[in-house]
Design a protein around this ligand. Sequence first.
Ligand code: NAD
Length: 256
Amino acid sequence: MATQGRLAGETAIVTAAGQGLGEEISKRFAREGANIAVVDINLAEAQRVTGEITAAGGSAIALACDATKKIDVTAMVDTVLKKWGTVDILVNAAGGFHQFAPITEIAEDAWDRVINVNLKSAFLCAQAVAKTMMEKRKGRIISISSGAGVGPNPYAPSYLPYGAGKAGLIGFSKLLARDIGEYGVTVNTIAPGTTLTPRVRKVRDAASIERIKSQNPMKTLVEPEDTAAAALFLASSDARYITGVNLNVNAGNIIV
Ligand SMILES: NC(=O)c1ccc[n+]([C@@H]2O[C@H](COP(=O)([O-])OP(=O)(O)OC[C@H]3O[C@@H](n4cnc5c(N)ncnc54)[C@H](O)[C@@H]3O)[C@@H](O)[C@H]2O)c1
């Protein structure tokens, strides 16, 4: 267990940690001294991230888990509790979408899949860690929403089930913040702007990326480390009484 850093001695679960924002958050938290459960549906990628964290002197385990399945989530949290005896921080990064389509062309199973990975996954993971956090009167639940959950982006298309799931995630987190605040657990969301992770490179064409960038007030896209820094702040003692907020990390892409 690391003894230095802003998260020294803490244990964090990060879902969708096999690539993209979840990977970046895992590595940042590990550098700050936390034990990391690198959780992903893709075990090989979770193992790659874990290998890189441990090679850099950090503490991590890779766990295969479909965050939309209660049976997987329960087993994953049990494994973390057996290994480290606690869960101090949960980062729900599982989510995303892989296509655009107008309402007339969204199949029922596509709706269910996108809502499940962006919203149900956060409910299942929060539920699975809530008991131990409430008993210890200590915990941080941070979910990665999106600008699409804050409001329509005037410059870029979005995808209805994704925006609905991410808006639901903000609403869920605010309600949960009220429900379990008295147990010392904070619950917040981060809404990153478009970030060039492996998935986004496939979903958005170069013209759309350039348009978002040039129409942002700060004329830039945000980077994965910007979201990781926001997550670190919300996980750290500096944010001990910040709960029920959504933090936009978007270079001014959507200002509300
Ligand atoms: N990249 C962006 O521009 C952006 C912007 C706003 C919000 N977000 C949100 O940030 C989160 C991460 O996005 P990203 O772009 O880094 O994604 P990504 O696609 O690059 O990585 C997602 C990871 O999630 C894993 N995964 C997929 N389904 C899973 C499941 N059911 N259970 C567990 N793991 C699963 C994948 O294997 C992959 O490793 C998502 O919730 C996304 O909606 C991303």
